[in-house]
Design a protein around this ligand. Structure first.
Ligand code: FES
Length: 188
């Protein structure tokens, strides 16, 4: 069939694009991490990998474990996972980009998710998101330079009766107004 091949090609293209942009990020301003941190991270990664066999079926549990440890999947960890499982990096990228649960940039200590579902939209969540964005100085999808906050907009969180909804890590805040945002972020 032609369409699976087209999908495969599109996925591979997306993976390569993602990989290239990650490499650029890595060699950018934040690249100056000290060597001991890197060695420590490599050791932790090796420990995780050692807990699994090299069967391809372990790819998802390994990706989950690495993300749980580091908060995201770095270029280096993708390479190490690929090497460990004897797969190409594009296969590991392909699997990890298929699932929304995996992240490829560092996530802040506090993940702020603002619901953009219909109920929240109708009740003015755009102003809440704008205020959050203004206070943190970042747009949705970004993380502050000090890695304290990440901001995401999400589809319906499933708590429509509380709209507009904002979630800080696992804490759900309902009926949020722009005036309440500062207080929720703990910056009041
Ligand atoms: S639309 Fe926001 S929680 Fe449902």
């Amino acid at each position: 069939m032609i369409w699976p091949r087209l999908m495969q090609r599109a996925l591979l293209k997306r993976c390569l694009h993602l990989r290239n942009s990650l490499i650029q990020t890595k060699s950018g301003k934040g690249a100056g991490k000290n060597m001991s941190n890197e060695t420590d991270a490599n050791g932790r990664l090796d420990d995780i990998l050692a807990g699994y066999g090299i069967e391809r079926s372990n790819i998802i549990p390994i990706l989950q474990a690495v993300q749980a440890e580091f908060g995201y999947l770095s270029v280096g960890s993708i390479s190490a996972i690929a090497k460990y499982l004897r797969l190409s990096e594009s296969v590991v990228y392909g699997v990890s980009t298929f699932y929304a649960q995996f992240k490829f940039v560092p996530v802040g200590k506090r993940l702020i998710r603002v619901c953009r579902g219909t109920a929240c939209h109708v009740r003015g969540v755009s102003r809440v998101l704008d205020e959050t964005s203004k206070l943190l100085g970042i747009d949705p999808g970004e993380t502050t330079a000090d890695l304290e906050y990440s901001l995401e907009s999400i589809a319906c969180f499933g708590s429509c009766a509380l709209a507009p909804v904002m979630v800080v890590n696992d804490d759900v805040h309902g009926k949020v107004t722009p005036d309440k945002v500062k207080q929720i972020l703990g910056e009041d």
